[in-house]
Structure formats: structure tokens, C-alpha cells
Design a protein around this ligand. Sequence first.
Ligand code: HEM
Ligand code: HEM
Length: 229
Amino acid sequence: MQLVPEYRADVKRVERFNFVARMTHWGHTVTFILCLLTGLVLFLDSADWLAVIFGGFSGAGLVHRIAAVTLTIFLVIFVIFDFKGIVDWVKDLLRFGKNDIIFVMKFPLEFLGFPVKMPPQTRFNGGEKGNSMLTPTSVILLVLSGYIMWFPAIFPAGLVRVCYPIHDIAMVLATFMVCMHGYLGSFHPGSGESFWGMWKGTVRDDWAQHHHPIWYEETYGDKADKDAE
Ligand code: HEM
Ligand code: HEM
């Protein structure tokens, strides 16, 4: 397995994610993983070894709640301090079209290492657009159902009951997506450069032109220059 490609400071680079987007992304990554590990202690009967790490079942419950509140704070910071970034993100998702469908259909071949010519992509490719819809939706369901389960006295009993399966299903879906996403955003040959976009904020100029030509042209290419005039 290839590790993350080397960070090249000696070549032209372009900005992909600002500081707030990066800080909140890694903040919710750490808190998501903590919620997952502690949640599994409560979810699985056979996770005794995990329970030991978190100081038993009550310790896991406490760490789960602390991580959950911290995750919520990162989401709130993201919404308050990068609202424009979120609007631009949603606008890009609404551009989902033929090129994205072709990308998603061809992606399994690319994933297996076959040489595939992909149609030009906008800021987020077809797979990233899918991830941008499924993972945040699951996380929002986790947050809403989690607080309702946490404070059952102030919600109707039927709603509290239904939140348990919702929390579990959203956990399974989000975990599946995050496993694929974490691999594609780091070790996967070809897309690994995107890791530096989320870690240091910039990606190689040639990589951006190759992987996201529509976004590149609109943001850094001739079209961006014309729009700025
Ligand atoms: C704001 C976010 C969250 C809140 C407020 C929250 C809250 C809760 C609460 C109150 C419980 C019940 C704990 C108990 O019975 O002692 C719980 C259980 C659980 N949580 Fe969360 N949680 C959140 C996020 C997450 C995330 C991100 C994951 C996983 C990715 C997760 C996975 C689980 C699992 C697997 C359980 C066990 C459910 C069961 O026993 O059926 N939670 N959570
Ligand atoms: C496990 C480690 C993780 C790694 C290595 C990782 C890596 C990345 C990278 C490199 C990007 C930017 C991709 C681009 O250039 O567009 C990204 C975007 C994103 N990440 Fe993560 N991430 C991780 C965990 C998470 C978690 C836990 C969540 C949510 C629960 C998440 C949600 C997102 C979303 C919604 C995007 C924007 C859509 C996309 O590009 O797919 N990530 N991540």
C-alpha cells in the first residue's frame, strides 16, 4: 500500500481548503473516531477490551458524551466561521450531473488500478459529492438522535425509542463511508495528494488541473482571470 505522496513545496501549489475548513475537519475526525470507539463499547456485547481502554462502561459513556459535545462545537464553528464555504460547497453539490454519474460508474475500475479516462470534474468529484451528501446527513442524524437519547425526559417517549435504531443505523452508514473516504483521502494512489489539501491547505497545481479541471479553470485559470476583470 502506498503511503501519502510526498509533500512537494518546490512545485506550484494552489489553495484547496481554508484554515477553518481544515481545523474543523480534523476536529470532527478525532471526535467522530472517539464517539465510534466508545459507542461500540455500548453497542457490542463483545467489546470488553475496548471498555477496558475507556475505564469500563460508565467511562465509555462519559468519553462518548464529552467527544459528542466537542464534535458539536466543531460543527457550530464550521457553520459560523465558514458559512460562505458551506454555501459554495452546497452550490457545487447542486451541479451533480452527467460527468459525476460517469465518474461514479467508472470509479470501481480506477480503484482497482485500471487506466481510466475520467470526465472533467468540478470542485468535488462525483464520489466526493456522494460522500458530501451521505456522511454529513448521517452525522446530523447521529447528533440529533444522540441529544434526544441523552435527555429523554424532555422528549416524547416514542421519539426517544426510535432514536436508538436511528443512532445505530446512522453509525453503521457513517462508519462505512468514513472508512472508504479515509482511505481515498490518504493512501489511495492518485487521490492521495488531496490529503495535503486538507492538511496544509494546498495541492499541487498539476494535480488540481488533472483531477478537478472545471474547478481549476473557474478558480485559477483563464476563466477566473476574465471574471476578475
Ligand atoms: C453529538 C453527537 C452524539 C451524541 C449527543 C451521542 C449520544 C449518545 C447517547 C446519549 C448514547 C446512549 C448512551 C448510553 O446508553 O449510555 C449513545 C450511544 C451510542 N452512540 Fe452516540 N452520540 C453522538 C454521536 C455518535 C457518533 C458520531 C457515533 C459513531 C460514529 C455514535 C455511536 C453510538 C453508539 C454505537 C451507541 C450505542 C447505541 C446502542 O446501544 O444501541 N454516537 N450516543
Ligand atoms: C479517517 C481519516 C480522514 C481522512 C484521511 C480524511 C481526508 C479528507 C480529505 C483529504 C478531504 C479533501 C478531499 C478533497 O480534496 O476534496 C476530505 C474531505 C471531506 N471529509 Fe474527510 N477525512 C477523514 C475523516 C473524515 C470524517 C470522520 C468525516 C465525517 C464524519 C469526514 C468528512 C469529510 C467530508 C464531508 C469531506 C468533503 C467531501 C469530500 O471531499 O469527500 N472526513 N477528507
